[in-house]
Design a protein around this ligand. Structure first.
Ligand code: NAI
Length: 387
């Protein structure tokens, strides 16, 4: 049976990656960008990636050619007319997304799903401009889309069950790990992961430890693949700061998500990370790297504090029905490579211990930032576990 034709709008970092995923799963793909340079770049990038996969022996040349041949590069949205799913991956701007979705609906057929890859905008708002808003949905990939297994599926209040199931089945058939998330700021990953950066920055600001020591504690003792400062340097401090600020505002300035001056100043100074040659670390050739203080007691204290805050965030996401416990744990292991699901980790540490640790922080600081989730209190009282 011929597979559905998939449309991808925006041929940037995410759009090109999503087009690859769909094409390698056997779909014809229409990849549209208004900017012809962006289209050329996407074409060159995909050609290079496919050649490398063949060189490495991961793909047969025939498969690479067929996959590439299935992608139609176009500058016109009218080429989406036969698509059954269009995924939008253009700039993160709600006014522009509104006009683009109105335009998309005027082109595609009645049974076409209209999806957004947005990281931070409301799917309900994007869908509000549609004549048939039941066909809107969030389909949120992670960068790089062909390599990261996780995809968050975000039905809006208007989305129909049929569309939700069709979208999920389709993305599952692309061999992705899908999780369902409520249409709330940051969905699962970008919400639950905030303390990985925020609490690390706070620990640094208090003078407890330097960047290298905090990174060492999280990787060597915690088993995280990358420390928070190394990771922020990868993501880009400007990008990571903007996500934090957006999530903070979207949560009506809940102090738990407060951005950090350290990150803001690094951004303002142009210390963006790897892409600018300097971030929290210096990436210039021959630069000397500071050595971490490998004091185990200090390291455990750092790891424990960040981990408690992550677990609190995961527990609160479950408390507020953002996603199921399995999906919250899957999202963090498959979307950001955490060594373990946070709720599973909480069970191992013991809910009593997690709660006691958070209470200590809350009493010491008196800040709302450290308030334990009501779910942890209830679980400690009732002596239950997540699994
Ligand atoms: P990008 O800047 O690399 O690419 C955006 C592309 O969209 C550009 O090529 C631009 O020419 C094109 N474009 C802009 N307006 C357009 C329009 N009206 N019609 C057609 N094409 C248009 O951006 P990136 O990083 O790929 O992000 C795209 C979306 O994906 C955003 O909503 C972002 O929040 C989301 N996202 C980004 C992730 C990342 O790590 N970069 C991860 C997950 C989601």
């Amino acid at each position: 049976m011929e597979k559905e034709i998939i449309g991808v709008l925006g041929a940037g970092t995410m759009g090109a990656g999503i087009a690859q995923v769909a094409a390698q799963s056997g779909h014809k793909v229409v990849l549209v960008d208004v900017n012809s340079d962006a289209l050329d770049k996407a074409k060159n990038k995909l050609t290079k990636i496919f050649n490398r996969l063949v060189e490495k022996g991961k793909w047969e040349e025939k498969f690479a050619n067929e996959t590439f041949g299935r992608i139609q590069f176009s500058s016109q949205t009218k080429d989406f007319k036969d698509c059954k799913l269009v995924i939008e991956a253009i700039v993160e701007n709600i006014e522009i997304k509104h006009s683009v979705f109105e335009n998309l609906e005027s082109i595609v057929g009645d049974d076409c799903i209209l999806a957004s890859n947005t990281s931070s905008l409301s799917i309900a708002s994007i869908g509000s401009v549609l004549k048939d808003p039941s066909r809107v949905i969030g389909i949120h990939f992670f960068n790089p889309a062909p390599l990261m297994p996780l995809v968050e599926i975000i039905p809006a209040v208007q989305t129909s069950e049929v569309i939700k199931n069709r979208a999920k089945d389709l993305i599952d058939s692309w061999k992705k790990v899908t999780v369902l998330a409520k249409d709330t700021p940051g969905f699962i990953v970008n919400r639950v992961a905030r303390p990985f950066y925020g609490e690390a920055l706070r620990i640094y600001e208090e003078g407890v430890a330097d960047f290298a020591t905090i990174d060492w504690a999280m990787t060597a003792l915690g088993g995280f693949r990358m420390g928070p400062f190394t990771l922020m340097d990868y993501i880009g401090n400007d990008v990571n700061y903007t996500v934090t600020e957006t999530v903070f505002a979207a949560f009506y300035y809940d102090p738990r998500y407060k951005p950090s001056f350290t990150q803001k100043r690094h951004s303002e100074a142009g210390y963006l990370g790897r892409k600018s040659g300097r971030g929290y670390y210096d990436y210039s050739e021959g630069a000397e790297q500071t050595k971490p203080n490998e004091d185990k007691v200090l390291g455990e204290r750092i790891l424990n504090r960040i981990l408690l805050m992550l677990i609190n965030e995961a527990a609160d996401a479950l408390f507020l029905n953002i996603a199921s416990r399995e999906d919250i744990d899957l999202a963090m292991t498959k979307g950001v490579n955490y060594p373990k699901g946070l709720l599973k980790w909480a069970d191992e540490i013991g809910i009593d211990n997690v709660l006691a640790g958070l209470e200590d922080l809350f009493h010491e600081y008196g800040e709302d930032r450290y308030r334990p989730s009501p779910l942890l209190r209830r679980m400690a009282r009732e002596k239950t576990t997540f699994y």
